[in-house]
Design a protein around this ligand. Structure first.
Ligand SMILES: [Zn+2]
Length: 289
């Protein structure tokens, strides 16, 4: 008899209520990557990274990188935050199907920033996937990529991808800035650093709150316990550090529920202050009772 499949098995959709909103986190894809130290803390001693990994019971080199867009149903609109990678491994549309939804059911697509794993699912074979949706982009982020002059070498292919995918959508785009309300209860927050115009979002319904911090944090141990370590993937590394410190303080003080695009699935947790730093506390049953 064959043994059962030994790949990590997990659900791809997690659903909960936030006040009168319904929220779903959707596992678009999972990468297993090497070189935790050089990706998350280049310029720091690998030994320091290895010790941090060991004290958190994770492998010192290999790490899991989840891709988790968030869907919010406000009762009047279905709002998708980011569209996943959009490649052959991408399962965002299957996740929507599990909820009984098709891409035509999405009313608003909010793009937190222009990196491939967030914009990749916007088009397929040159056609918009979410054909009824209006789009929301940060104005600063959109003009950074379309202007394209200040893009660093490592992101030139990203710039070309952004122009190819997003330029044709301009007519349906609402441009926003930090502090703007997208719809009642959903407000943009400055999270620049990882990308020049990265936006986080504070979601509020009937007194309950959720902070969608997108890519301000890339790893649930390194980025949170050592927010001052500069990640290779951050475009403005110094600004990314400042943003992480500000959001950690806010999340801890306000005891916010967090949805993190690259946190371990379901990507939901809280920030606990510990010994002058912070720790990611994943959700257990808080959202079920
Ligand atoms: Zn990302």
């Amino acid at each position: 008899m064959a043994m059962f499949d030994t790949r990590p098995a997990r659900p791809h959709v997690f659903i909960f209520s936030l006040g009168s909103f319904k929220v779903a986190t959707l596992l678009d894809a999972v990468d297993v990557r090497d070189n935790l130290a050089s990706a998350l803390a280049p310029g720091h001693s690998p030994t320091a990274v290895h010790e941090l990994a060991a004290s958190n019971f994770i492998d010192r080199d290999r790490y899991e990188h989840c891709f988790i867009p968030t869907l919010i149903d406000t009762g009047s609109e279905k709002i998708l935050f980011d569209t996943g990678c959009g490649d052959e491994d991408s399962s965002l549309l299957e996740c929507l199907q599990d909820l009984g939804l098709g891409p035509g059911d999405i009313d608003v697509v909010i793009i937190t920033h222009g990196h491939p794993d967030h914009i990749g699912g916007l088009v397929k074979n040159g056609e918009p996937v979410f054909r009824r949706a209006r789009y929301v982009f940060g104005a600063a982020e959109f003009s950074f990529w379309t202007g394209g002059n200040a893009v660093r070498e490592a992101r030139l292919a990203n710039r070309d991808l952004f122009r190819r995918i997003c330029s044709s959508l301009t007519d349906q785009v609402t441009f926003i800035a930090p502090g703007d309300q997208v719809v009642p209860g959903i407000t943009a927050i400055d999270a620049a650093g990882h990308s020049p115009g990265l936006l986080a979002f504070l979601v509020e319904s009937d007194g309950q709150q959720l902070l969608i911090w997108s890519d301000a944090f890339l790893h649930y141990v390194v980025s949170i316990q050592r927010p001052e370590w500069r990640a290779d993937l951050d475009d403005d590394k110094e600004q990314a550090v400042e943003t992480r410190k500000r959001l950690l303080k806010m999340a801890a003080e306000q005891r916010l529920l967090i949805a993190g695009h690259h946190m371990p699935f379901p990507g939901l947790g809280y920030i606990e202050p510990v010994n002058g730093s912070f720790r990611w506390l994943p959700v257990s049953y808080q959202l079920n009772v």
